[in-house]
Design a protein around this ligand. Structure first.
Ligand code: RTP
Ligand code: MG
Length: 157
């Protein structure tokens, strides 16, 4: 019998403002039940400029300003999820962007169960490994750059 080894992978998950109000505990429980480790977690209200940067790939879309408005309207919960194949598994667990579509094709998905509409759709997930690394860095920073900032900030010449 061959045993394949899948290395652990990280992805960025966000519980968006619509769902954080009403479904935080349900979603966190589901994440844990499906075997993800939550390795970092941070609740924050995204400043407008950060929301714009976060979704910059959509800046030309007609829904961009609504999207930014929505993402800043209240606290988001930012999570680093760790598991084998985390990027793909979290995307599958979320379901498709539009909850109407999600209800038809994946009724057990987070969006089928907890999302209100195509804009207020409860959760975000990185779409590939490169995105995951970039967005994790963007939201959580990294220790080496924090150390640099601190030592710069402390120079008193
Ligand atoms: P996400 O990036 O948040 O994980 O969502 P996604 O990949 O499933 O969908 P994406 O195409 O990246 O869109 C980003 C977010 O923009 C909002 N949206 N609104 N009104 C609309 O037609 C529309 N389309 C997208 C949603 O909040 C979507 O998750
Ligand atoms: Mg996306």
């Amino acid at each position: 019998e061959i045993n394949f080894f899948f290395p652990k992978q990280q992805t960025l998950a966000v519980i968006k403002p619509d769902a954080l109000e009403k479904h935080k505990e349900d979603i966190l429980k589901e994440i844990q039940d499906r075997g993800f480790s939550v390795t970092q977690l941070k609740e924050m209200v995204l400043p407008r400029e950060m929301a714009e940067e976060f979704y910059k790939e959509h800046s030309e879309q007609p829904f961009f300003s609504q999207l930014v408005e929505f993402m800043c309207r209240g606290p988001c919960l930012m999570l680093i999820l760790t598991k084998e194949n985390a990027v793909e598994e979290w995307r599958a667990m979320m379901g498709p962007t539009d909850p109407a579509h999600a209800k038809e094709t994946s009724p057990n998905s987070i969006r089928a169960r907890f999302a209100s509409d195509i804009l207020q759709n409860s959760v975000h997930g990185s779409s590939n490994e490169q995105h995951a690394m970039e967005k994790i860095q963007f939201i959580f920073g990294d220790i080496s750059s924090e150390a640099e900032l601190t030592s710069d900030g402390e120079t008193d010449k």
